[in-house]
Write a protein that binds this ligand. Structure first.
Ligand code: ATP
Ligand code: MG
Length: 250
């Protein structure tokens, strides 16, 4: 048990944020994360602070659009890295089960130990939730073109042959490589300025645990695909941040 568990008081005004931070810290202790995971999380936290730590209207529009594209996809897949599994592993499995699609673990710094720990964690959640979601990533047999080293490894029955891919907290490089493969790439990233947000098909500027909850609610509604304009929607997120900031001292 980490110290935070005893320190975080539910009446703290930023309790949710502190509990989310604790999930990352706990997953780190279990060997699920690379050392840089906390840095990526911290960058996300900074943007969430600027957004007001809530789902803004443009994020809800993007979430609905992403759900529409996942529901209408022929071969959807959910790509998961360590932070996504640590923060929302159970909800991603629920989502995959609703969509009838696999999840594939695709991590930036791949070691057998980390892969084993992440697969084990998802298997534990699968049985706890009484789900039977296919968990891929353990035996890669294909490569994402243009990505050198272990981070390009993927599976033919998952990411490689998917037409639509949900990628939370993705590195910009890999996002670009997936778009270049002709896939619809749906990104969850709190930073509207990241390369992932800018290069993807649909960028959801929101915190991953809020997004998964919203998606689970939206799936039964089966929303329709629209002619979504990603740049315009990212601009709306930036405008929201600027308005939020300029209100602060007035
Ligand atoms: P890019 O490679 O796309 O330019 P980056 O190098 O700044 O982005 P990475 O570390 O590659 O960032 O990817 C992590 C991204 O995930 C960051 O943009 C960060 O804002 C985002 N992020 C971190 N934690 C969360 C979270 N809990 N929910 C949503 N997004 C998050
Ligand atoms: Mg990056």
């Amino acid at each position: 048990m980490l110290d935070e568990e005893n320190i975080v008081d539910p009446s703290h005004p930023r309790y949710n944020s502190l509990m989310i931070r604790k999930k990352i810290a706990d997953a780190g202790v279990k060997g699920m994360l690379a050392d840089s995971a906390m840095i990526a999380h911290g960058r996300g936290e900074a943007y969430d602070y600027l957004l007001g730590e809530r789902t803004i209207p443009s994020a809800m529009i993007a979430t609905k659009e992403a759900v529409a594209r996942l529901v209408n996809a022929e071969r959807p897949v959910i790509s998961l890295n360590g932070n996504a599994i640590a923060l929302a592993g159970a909800d991603f499995l629920t989502l995959a089960s609703q969509l009838g699609c696999p999840v594939e673990i695709n991590i930036f710094y791949r070691t057998p130990e980390r892969m084993g720990s992440l697969i084990g964690h998802l298997k534990m959640l699968n049985s706890k939730l009484e789900l039977d979601v296919e968990i891929l990533g353990g035996i890669p047999d294909e490569r994402i073109p243009g990505l050198e080293g272990p981070r390009g490894a993927c599976q033919s029955n998952g990411i490689f042959n998917s037409d639509t891919i949900l990628v939370p907290l993705e590195d910009g490089d890999r996002c670009e490589a997936l778009v270049a493969m002709g896939k619809e790439v749906l990104v969850i990233d709190l930073n509207p300025l990241s390369r992932s947000s800018r290069k993807c098909t649909v960028g959801i500027v929101d915190e991953v645990t809020r997004v998964t909850k919203n998606m689970i609610q939206l799936i039964p509604e089966k929303p329709n695909v629209s002619d979504f304009d990603n740049s315009k929607n990212l601009q709306a997120a930036l405008d929201h941040i600027i308005d939020n900031l300029s209100d602060k001292f007035n």
